[in-house]
Design a protein around this ligand. Structure first.
Ligand SMILES: Nc1ncnc2c1ncn2[C@@H]1O[C@H](COP(=O)(O)OP(=O)(O)OP(=O)(O)O)[C@@H](O)[C@H]1O
Ligand SMILES: [Mg+2]
Length: 413
């Protein structure tokens, strides 16, 4: 019998990250977009195959497995699919519009860690891939760079204490444009010019709920955002609990379309009169998983099934995450929030590798505390760090009770 050839040692297939791509600049965004699916997971080896590796290859394989658990891919969920469908069609329709009318925007809301940023960035990146491809096919004579720089998508995070000026500056920083010593009207004009010059079709403004609408500055920022809608850019606003944030206070919902309509801002004199139209937004909610109906439970189990396939633990058995009471246990630990599940599983896998347990069990996961404190990219004050469900109390070891004396009362019962 000939032995099955071992999968190639993973050295060539995976590289240590060369710094975290900063999506908030054109170059960083482009780098991320082009490499976002490039990570190659560790090959799935059986225990016997693993044991046949040389000590050095084993060490490399362990490192590659750790990297695999730290780079779990996004999976389609019923909730993300619903957001994707709406966002995809909104971006495409708006991008194909010839008339200079205001493009309806999109607001994506939901709790912290539920995948708003990653879902929106993935859809925007896929849109950009397709858009660039289409431009190349329809207009192959266009020389890249003949326009300053073609940037169909811009991704900007709202600064933690957002004011109109700092929001404009953050947008200009994405394009690497100079904004020193500019007044607000100059900044606004520069932003509109940048969006136009770079052929930007989509502007993602993430963590928009960092704006607290009772502050006068924030009202100005909202006016600014509405002014941006009059460019040829589709505005995608992302935030925790947008309906509760005051951002919609001035708007009213159209019962026919479900869209939120905002009256035109009256006090921006620098706005072109042709742009003084109502601004409209679709509002779409990204919910966590639920565990109340058979369909909801099935969707959760399907998600766990997908997740399980990406884990590289040597004693893992099929159904490790989906069998018995495990789905219910994982739901209890995470409240059905994808980001918390990812953290729990990632930390659980580290523990499973370190201790040599090489499988995820309830007992092992009980030892894992989901910690979000070290995530500096999120603002707790804006609800971006969700409450983590309480950890179960330490288990007592079950005792063999077969030989227990239950006393005379039990014997005569
Ligand atoms: N569909 C998905 N499948 C698997 N993992 C996901 C999915 N969506 C998000 N995640 C993971 O969940 C984590 C949180 O996602 P993300 O940062 O997009 O959440 P968010 O809703 O923007 O949170 P915040 O409000 O704090 O900004 C990320 O590490 C991401 O990889
Ligand atoms: Mg986010």
């Amino acid at each position: 019998m000939t032995a099955r050839p071992l999968p190639a040692t993973p050295t060539s297939a995976f590289l240590l990250p060369a710094g975290i791509p900063d999506r908030e600049t054109v170059n960083g965004w482009t780098h991320w977009r082009q490499t976002r699916h490039a990570f190659v997971p560790a090959p799935a080896l059986t225990l016997a195959e693993y044991r046949m590796l040389s000590p050095r290859d084993r060490q490399l394989h362990d490192l590659h497995r750790a990297a695999t658990h730290a780079n779990l891919p996004l999976q389609d969920t019923p909730m993300s699919t619903a957001v994707a469908r709406l966002m995809r069609s909104r971006l495409r329709t708006n991008a194909l519009k010839h008339r200079p009318t205001t493009r309806p925007g999109l607001m994506i809301t939901g709790g912290g860690y539920q995948g708003k940023t990653e879902t929106a960035c993935e859809i925007a990146a896929a849109f950009e891939d397709a858009w660039l491809d289409l431009n190349q096919q329809l207009n192959p004579a266009a020389v890249p760079g003949s326009r300053d720089l073609h940037a169909p998508v811009a991704y900007v995070q709202t600064p933690v204490t957002a004011k109109p000026k700092s929001t404009c500056q953050a947008i200009l920083d994405f394009f690497g444009a100079d904004h020193r010593k500019m007044t607000l009207p100059q900044l606004t004009r520069a932003v509109r010019q940048s969006l136009h010059d770079h052929g930007t079709r989509v502007l993602l403004l993430d963590d928009i709920t960092r704006l607290k609408m009772h502050r006068a500055d924030d009202q100005d920022t909202l006016d600014l955002i509405r002014a941006l809608m009059s460019t040829n850019t589709t505005l995608v606003l992302i935030g925790v609990n947008i309906p509760g944030s005051g951002l919609l206070r001035e708007g009213c919902q159209d019962p026919g379309t479900g869209q939120w309509a905002f009256p035109a801002p009256a006090r921006h004199h620098h706005d072109d009169p042709a742009t003084q139209t109502e601004r409209r937004f679709d509002l779409v909610q990204l919910d966590p998983f639920a565990y109340d109906t058979a369909a909801h439970i099935q969707a959760w189990v399907d998600h766990l099934t997908g997740l399980e396939q990406h884990l590289r633990l040597l004693h893992a058995t099929p159904g490790m995450l989906t069998g018995g009471v495990m789905p219910e246990y994982l739901f209890r630990r995470t409240g059905g929030v994808v980001g918390l599940l990812e953290r729990l599983i990632e930390q659980g896998c580290t523990e499973a590798l370190d201790t040599g347990v090489e499988a995820l069990t309830e007992a092992l996961l009980d030892t894992v505390t989901i910690s979000l404190g070290n995530d500096h990219g999120r603002d707790p004050a804006a609800g971006e760090v969700p409450a983590v469900p309480e950890k179960p109390p330490p288990r007592r070891r079950s005792r063999n009770t077969v030989f227990d004396d239950h006393g005379p009362a039990a014997a005569t019962a």
